[in-house]
Write a protein that binds this ligand. Sequence first.
Ligand code: DGY
Length: 320
Amino acid sequence: MKVFVSRRIPGEVIRFMEQYGLEVTCNDSDERMQQNDLIEACKKADILFNVGSADLDARFMESCQHLKGIVLTSVGYDHIDLNSATYYGIPVSNTPDVLSKSTADTAFLLMLATSRKAFYQARQIEKGAWKNNGFLDELGIEINGKTLGIYGLGRIGLELAKMAKDAFGMKIIYNNRSRNMEAEQLLNARYVDFGELLSQSDVLSVHSNLTPETQYRFNRDSFRKMKKTSIFINTARGKIHHEPDLINALKEGEIWGAGLDVTDPEPMLPDNPLLQMSNVCVLPHIGSATIETRMAMANVAAHNIIAVFRGEKMPQIVNK
Ligand code: DGY
């Protein structure tokens, strides 16, 4: 069986697949492949190891309907036309669990960095603009003992909630499609409706999937219902907040700050007004970008490939 890997991955993982007799071809670059090139490369493959977030739409699925499997290296699969994959009988797998801690760490990092205007302050040094700060200049806000609201309390949200409670004694409230009893028992987390999540959170962190229901869930109306002292964090998907409304809410002082690891579009353009704001921290979608997590993700993907090779069901299949 032939595997095509769409971006550079660790050599160990390639060797692991080869040990099973798989023939692995790798696009030995870090660049995202254009869809036409990906379709061309997949013509000679049985399985696609899709590294990163290259969109695989209906046209791709139709052109590559011979594929016996597509393995993703992400927990989110909103970039994949899953209905088309299912229609053509192509199983698709993702990489849940292994990136929960590193993504939660990123949310925590943004929460702290935003609360202390850390990126802005670092930029002042780089620009040679470190002046004799006044007693009241560009002050931060403390998160100790405050209320953390989590939108979408799954695996990643739970990891963030644990850290926030342990390290800062934060109170946890959450809004989800269903109750998370583990979080309620372990962290005394309180389930609230969306309105209460908006009005009670000091920090509101987004951890839901991007779906038609969650797209632009955070918009003009929602930002207006948040505390003027609140911080909005998104490490899930850039389309869950409506960016022009977020910019406006920050300019109008409807919320206090924002920390984003995900934007729409990605990459964010360098002239984006958010990048000039002292109360905003933006990262380039690095939620899972640690050596340990990327290795673990590549391994999970490789095990799913081995399952296809053996004629077994992929352990992390998302279109059952
Ligand atoms: C995911 O796994 O969905 C992440 O956003 C990718 O970094």
